[in-house]
Design a protein around this ligand. Structure first.
Ligand SMILES: [Zn+2]
Length: 324
C-alpha cells in the first residue's frame, strides 16, 4: 500500500482542482466531486439489473439468489421504528434474512448486490458444510459481498453511454477503494505503531498517539492535504480501534474481492468455479486457504497490487473525463 500512495496523492490533487480550493482540508474529502444522479432506481428494476449483471456467476448462483428475492427474505423499505443501514443475518438452520432501507438510488442498488453477496455466502456455506463449519470468518466475510459490487459496477460501466454515468461509476469505485483500502490500511498502520510503542515501553500519551496519527494522515493523503488539529484526535473516536486489529480485514477483503471480481468480468477460466468453491467452504479450512480456493493468495502482494492497478486506471479515466 505504501508503494501505491502516489496514486492517492494524485487523487487528492484532482479533488483539490475539481473543487477549486486553495487549500484542501480533511473535511473536503467528504464532498462529492461528481454530482449525484437524480435518476431513480425502483427496487424491482434494481433487482432485475443485479440478476442480469451477476448472470456471469452461473445457474446455481442465480437460481439461489432469485429464490431469495422471490421468497421474501428481504425487508426492503424504510418503515417507522426500523433501524437504519443494511444488514444480512443468517443462521444454520434457516435461510438468511436481509434488512434494507431502499430509497431508489443507484447506491441502494449496489447495497442490494452487496447484502445478497453475504446471503449467498451464508446459503452456499450452510448447504455444503456441517454445522461446525457452517459459518465464515471476518477475514472472508466482506469478500463475497464486495465481489458482487465490483461485478455490478463493471457491468454498468460497460453499458454506460453518457459521461455523467461513467463519472458516477468511476467515482463510486475510487471512493470505495479510498475509504476501504487506503483509509483502513492507514488505520491498521496506526494500530501497529501504537502497539509497538507500548511493547517498547514508550508512554502512550494522547499527544504521542495523535502525533503518530497526524503523520500517517499526511503520509497517506500527501502534500496537498492541510491537516487541522481536530483531525489528530480522530484516532480516539474510531470505534474499531477498541477492537484490536479489526480494520486491516476491510482492506484485505476489498483487495481480494476486486481481484476475484475483475477476473470474473474478464471471463478468466476457472474464476467463477473458484468463487463457488470459496462460497461453499465456510470455515472448513483456514481463512487464507478459503481465499486460495477462489484463486487469491493473500500471502503475496498480488491481490493488493491488482486492486491498486485498478485504482490507477480508473483515476486516469476520471482525470481524462474531468479535463474534457
Ligand atoms: Zn458487508
Amino acid at each position: 500500500m505504501n508503494n501505491a500512495l502516489p496514486l492517492m496523492h494524485r487523487y487528492v490533487a484532482l479533488r483539490k482542482k475539481v473543487l477549486k480550493l486553495k487549500e484542501l482540508h480533511p473535511y473536503d474529502l467528504y464532498v462529492p466531486i461528481v454530482a449525484e444522479s437524480s435518476k431513480k432506481v425502483p427496487y424491482d428494476d434494481g433487482v432485475k439489473t443485479i440478476l442480469t449483471a451477476l448472470n456471469v456467476l452461473g445457474d446455481d448462483y442465480i437460481t439461489a439468489m432469485s429464490n431469495g428475492f422471490n421468497s421474501r427474505w428481504i425487508d426492503v423499505y424504510e418503515t417507522k421504528g426500523k433501524r437504519s443501514g443494511a444488514y444480512c443475518s443468517g443462521t444454520y438452520t434457516c435461510h438468511p434474512y436481509l434488512l434494507l432501507n431502499y430509497a431508489n438510488t443507484s447506491h441502494d442498488r449496489s447495497t442490494v448486490a452487496h447484502e445478497m453477496g453475504h446471503a449467498m455466502h451464508t446459503w452456499f456455506t450452510t448447504h455444503n458444510q456441517p454445522i461446525i463449519y457452517g459459518d465464515y470468518s471476518l477475514f472472508c466475510a466482506e469478500v463475497a459481498s464486495t465481489a458482487n459490487e465490483v461485478i455490478l459496477n463493471g457491468y454498468l460501466f460497460d453499458r454506460a453511454t453518457t459521461k455523467q454515468e461513467k463519472l458516477e461509476l468511476i467515482n463510486e469505485l475510487l471512493e470505495n477503494i479510498r475509504t476501504t483500502v487506503f483509509r483502513q490500511t492507514l488505520f491498521a498502520e496506526f494500530e501497529r505503531d501504537i502497539h509497538q510503542m507500548a511493547e517498547e515501553g514508550k508512554p502512550l500519551t494522547p499527544d504521542a498517539m495523535q502525533k503518530v496519527y497526524h503523520d500517517l494522515v499526511q503520509k497517506y493523503y500527501g502534500p496537498d492535504l492541510v491537516i487541522d488539529s481536530e483531525t489528530d484526535s480522530e484516532c480516539f473516536r474510531i470505534p474499531h480501534f477498541y477492537r484490536n486489529f479489526y480494520v486491516y480485514k476491510y482492506a484485505t477483503s476489498y483487495a481480494a474481492a476486486t481481484d476475484i471480481g475483475r477476473r470474473i468480468i474478464a471471463k478468466q477460466p476457472g474464476a467463477v468455479d473458484g468463487l463457488m468453491k470459496f462460497l461453499k467452504s465456510g470455515s472448513s479450512v483456514y481463512p487464507i486457504d478459503c481465499l486460495k480456493l477462489a484463486g487469491v493468495d493473500m500471502t503475496t502482494p498480488a491481490p493488493v497490487e491488482s486492486c491498486m492497478k485498478l485504482f490507477g486506471e480508473k483515476l486516469t479515466e476520471m482525470e481524462k473525463l474531468m479535463a474534457e
